[in-house]
Design a protein. Structure first.
Length: 368
């Protein structure tokens, strides 16, 4: 009889959780799309972006909006599914029968673990791909002729020209077409054939070449041994086999890469002497953010039962503070990591660790 009651309770909680989750996530996605469309409508109109491209843009944005809205929807679903049990005074009877809060919370915690796994896969497959396609549309249709102020500087660039040429820049100014700390390595069969380094490069559209400053050009033989070195301090016109459009199109932001490609990119950047701290923080956040779904469930459960008389209203109100506090702490940790104040791993997990400890305290208080 006792096991049957628990089974029915589990089924009820999971069914309510999934129902509210579906409604909540659809609601959040709709709000995000409407707000984003209002913000970008004048940009789309300024550039005369075709309607089908705008639709495509938001289709590619769906995975990102789902990833961002999922923790909020999970917290609301936790509060309402468990709140329904408490509101009907079933929680008093459950406690009287000797069932602990941990046992009642078990199906929700399992849902949190499953959703965390789904969130990680979503972020590293669909979100990364969607962001890449969305940024391509932004570059091709929106940014080029927009009257709005656009991002003019690309940082920590690494791109590939064909399969053998690897190029990196620490900084590139799009409008001025000027790059800094340029490095180009041309590989043969796994052996370096040529390397060009320059402190500064400037595009000359009339000659379709680059002016290189404070540069060195090194040639290597089949064994990878240096055979020729040219070092120059004066400005010199050089054909680098790339144009500004190559840099703009192929330069990838961390958000456009999944966890595995991001790991490879960090290795490549480190090999070229580029500071990778921001990339490392972003990589660790791709793991830690997935666990947000589990942590908000752990926070939401005690919020409902800590005040049984007004469980739903108190839980719903407190969940607003929890989710905004959570996102604020994630951004704060990210900022500390970007500035090098704390280690990338610690900065990515700061929000999760803080709210996990908070959930344990709330669990303890709800039992006393």
């Amino acid at each position: 009889m006792h096991n049957l009651m628990l089974k029915k309770l589990d089924q009820y909680v999971i069914a309510q959780f999934c129902l509210v989750l579906s409604i909540s996530i659809l609601g959040f996605i709709s709000i995000f799309i409407i707000v984003d469309l209002i913000e970008n409508l004048d940009r789309f109109m300024d550039n005369k972006v075709p309607a089908q491209i705008v639709i495509k843009y938001y289709i590619y944005t769906l995975p990102y909006f789902t990833s961002i809205g999922l923790p909020m929807a999970v917290l609301i679903s936790t509060v309402f599914s468990l709140g329904g049990v408490v509101k009907r005074n079933e929680w008093t009877a459950i406690k009287a029968s000797g069932v602990s809060l941990y046992r009642v919370a078990l199906p929700l915690i399992v849902c949190g673990i499953v959703l965390s796994g789904i969130s990680f896969m979503l972020d590293n497959k669909l979100v990364a791909y969607g962001n890449e396609k969305r940024f391509e549309i932004d570059r091709d249709y929106v940014k080029r002729k927009s009257r709005h102020k656009l991002k003019n500087v690309l940082k920590d660039i690494f791109l590939q020209k064909q399969s053998s040429t690897h190029i990196s820049l620490s900084k590139y100014f799009i409008q001025k077409e000027i790059g800094y700390d340029f490095s180009m390595v041309n590989l043969g069969e796994l052996k370096i054939k040529k390397r060009i380094d320059a402190k500064k490069i400037i595009w000359k559209s009339d000659s379709l070449k680059w002016i290189v400053s404070d540069y060195s050009i090194r040639d290597f033989n089949q064994n990878g041994l240096e055979t020729k070195v040219v070092i120059g301090l004066k400005d010199t016109l050089v054909n680098l086999d790339i144009v500004p459009d190559d840099i703009e199109r192929q330069a990838r932001k961390p958000d456009e890469l999944d966890y595995y490609r991001l790991t490879e990119r960090i290795k490549q950047l480190k090999a070229n002497g580029v500071d990778t701290i921001k990339w490392e923080v972003t990589r660790f956040i791709k793991i830690s953010f997935a666990f947000t779904n589990l942590i908000v469930i752990l926070c939401g459960i005690p919020l409902v039962v800590i005040k049984e008389k007004n469980s739903l209203s108190f839980g719903a109100g407190a969940s607003v503070f929890v989710i905004f506090g959570y996102y604020a702490l994630i951004k704060f940790g990210q900022s500390l990591g970007f500035k090098g104040i704390i280690e990338p791993l610690a900065s990515a997990w700061l929000g999760n660790i803080t709210f996990f400890i908070t959930s344990l305290i709330l669990f303890w208080k709800s039992k006393t």
